[in-house]
Design a protein around this ligand. Structure first.
Ligand SMILES: *Cc1c(COP(=O)(O)O)cnc(C)c1O
Length: 394
């Protein structure tokens, strides 16, 4: 089956459900067992898609996780209540006191927060590495290194990593690799094909695609990691409600038509922005100017709608004049919905393994499904306001 066919087919079994096209939504906490034998059997073994208790999922959840596992090309997937919970579940699953973790310097900020906070408190040390490190990651691996957390492209600044080189170096020393694949989704990048062991996704973003659900997905490539990750997910107890799972399944059906449109519009906006005299640089994986662009070209099948640009030195009042009156770009956290977003973001002072700085503010753009001509006209008016305000400020 090709990917678009998988997106419309996976997780559905209409004829097991009165011919209804979509999987039913099971609301459940208690699961009843008819006999003592059945109860004890369910308590003893922890296998895939087993009905035990609502927190561990129902056939609604399993429809989604089976579909995600197949899209990722892995053995199994788990659904949790947010992308952040998925990250924490993976960090907890693979570490204990005295262990060491490697984390890319450009990781999503809450990933760093978990490493510097809860992991540190429980005696797990983290070393941050330069996203350009490649096979050089081997030099940072210690005898107690258990996990390497990748994210490519990186959050906010979009540096790409040599994922297969890092995965191979880690594998050679017995270190598990996990990657946050929220940006690309398996539609544009399948980390398991490049040697990574675990993928994490904020299903909140493109999988759901409508800015109305919090969801995290963890997928594993091989069965041997099943019990370890299962334990991490179960320990966290962060299960996701069936209505949100249903919305995720519904989002999945149109992922294959939404993402190419986000890609196309994102590139149009990126190229337009690159030509504005107030813009210092555009950070978009599909542009040759993006650090690690060659890895995007080699490993990815496309780009999603999220990228950033950096302004030249800009007074705060001019930045406010630009963003405050944008008609089609909302300002707020998250992304991956049908609507466009524009988020001024601070990167300075977050990174520790690398230095990052721009002459002016960084703005993260999510290119939505609106007509790109309307979006560009909106940005054009924004730059006119920015220019006028900058003149007034000097
Ligand atoms: C949003 C995001 C997350 C967290 O997802 P939530 O569902 O918001 O908790 C994780 N990783 C990346 C790269 C993200 O952008």
């Amino acid at each position: 089956m090709k990917t678009d066919t998988k997106l419309t087919t996976l997780g559905r079994d209409p004829h097991a459900n009165f011919g209804v096209v979509n999987p039913p939504v099971y609301h459940a906490s208690t699961i009843l067992f008819p006999t003592l034998d059945a109860l004890e059997a369910a308590q003893k073994t922890k296998t895939k898609n087993q009905m035990r208790y609502g927190r561990y999922g129902t056939p609604t959840t399993f429809a989604l996780t089976d579909a995600m596992a197949e899209l990722d090309g892995g053995y199994a997937s788990f659904a949790v209540g947010s992308g952040a919970a998925a990250i924490l579940a993976v960090l907890m699953a693979f570490t204990k006191a005295g262990d060491h973790v490697l984390c890319v310097d450009t990781a999503y900020a809450p990933s760093r927060h978990y490493c510097n906070g809860v992991l540190k408190r429980y005696g797990v040390e983290t070393t941050y590495y330069d996203p350009a490190i490649g096979a050089g990651i081997a030099d940072l691996i210690k005898p107690n290194t258990k996990l390497c957390l990748l994210e490519s492209p990186g959050s906010l600044t979009f540096e790409l990593q040599d994922v297969p080189a890092i995965a191979a170096a880690c594998k050679a020393k017995g270190v598990v690799t996990a990657i946050d694949n929220t940006w690309a989704t398996p539609f544009y990048f399948r980390p398991f094909d490049f040697g990574v062991d675990v993928t994490i996704q904020a299903g909140t973003k493109y999988i759901c695609g409508h800015s109305d659900v919090m969801l995290g997905i963890v997928s594993i490539r091989e069965e041997r990691l099943y019990q370890t990750v299962r334990a991490g997910v179960d320990d966290l107890g962060a299960s996701v409600g069936p209505d949100d799972v249903y919305l995720a399944l519904r989002g999945l059906r149109t992922l294959g038509v939404r993402l190419p449109r986000h890609y196309e519009t994102g590139l149009k906006l990126a190229n337009w922005l690159a030509q504005q005299p107030e813009v210092d640089r555009v950070l978009h994986p599909a542009l040759p100017s993006c650090p690690g662009h060659e890895f995007w070209k080699r490993d990815f099948k496309g780009a999603s709608g999220l990228f950033s640009f950096v302004l030249k030195e800009t007074p705060r009042a001019a930045l406010a004049a630009f963003v405050d009156d944008l008609e089609h770009f909302g300002m707020g956290a998250s992304w991956g919905g049908f609507e466009s977003l524009m988020l001024p973001s601070k990167v300075d002072g977050i990174r520790t393994a690398t230095k990052w700085g721009g002459p002016g503010p960084l703005l993260r753009v999510h290119a939505g499904l609106e007509d790109p001509a309307d979006l560009i006209a909106d940005l054009d008016k924004g730059f006119a306001r920015l220019r006028a305000a900058a003149k007034g400020a000097t």
